[in-house]
Design a protein around this ligand. Structure first.
Ligand code: SF4
Ligand code: SF4
Length: 143
């Protein structure tokens, strides 16, 4: 296993806070909304789309024009998990949820991860690591 291959990225802050970030599975999909590619009438999908079943955000590589609007929407409105491939400009960092059987959950040695239905009422739902760090820093350290 190599942590560099995961789509969970741990952001470290000072004072000491480690904030893991992955796709929040936003039901209102700002990333997909931002994609300018015309919806395919047969599939109902743009270049960026929601996969049936897992509801993971995925990309049709052949339809994507590497405009970066999905990454921008995720960064400005939500977690900021979409990265642009340095060579192609196409989106990366989208969690596949391992097709519904996530390896991270199975392998976390502390049992700290769960695969759950998205809860938009959760305090940290859709927040960026920076926003979460500010809240926790204030709560734990008073700064
Ligand atoms: S966290 Fe980002 S990539 Fe995931 S659904 Fe929300 S806007 Fe899209
Ligand atoms: S980079 Fe690709 S998937 Fe993202 S918004 Fe642009 S065309 Fe859509």
């Amino acid at each position: 296993m190599n942590p560099k291959h995961t789509n969970i990225k741990v952001h470290q802050f000072n004072p000491a806070l480690d904030i893991p970030a992955t796709c929040a599975g936003c039901p209102d999909t700002p990333c997909v909304n931002a994609c300018p590619i015309t919806i395919n009438q047969e599939t109902g999908e743009k270049a960026l789309y929601v996969k049936e079943g897992t509801q993971a955000i995925a990309v049709h590589e052949d339809k994507c024009v590497a405009c970066g609007l999905c990454a921008k929407a995720c960064e400005t409105e939500r977690v900021g998990v979409i990265r642009r491939n340095p060579e192609t400009g196409k989106p990366e960092g989208l969690c596949t949820y391992c097709d519904g059987d996530p390896s991270c959950v199975k392998n976390c040695p502390y049992g700290a991860l769960s695969y759950v239905t998205v809860d938009t009422g959760y305090e940290f739902f859709g927040k960026s690591p920076e926003e979460i760090a500010k809240i926790l820093s204030n709560r734990f350290y008073g700064v």
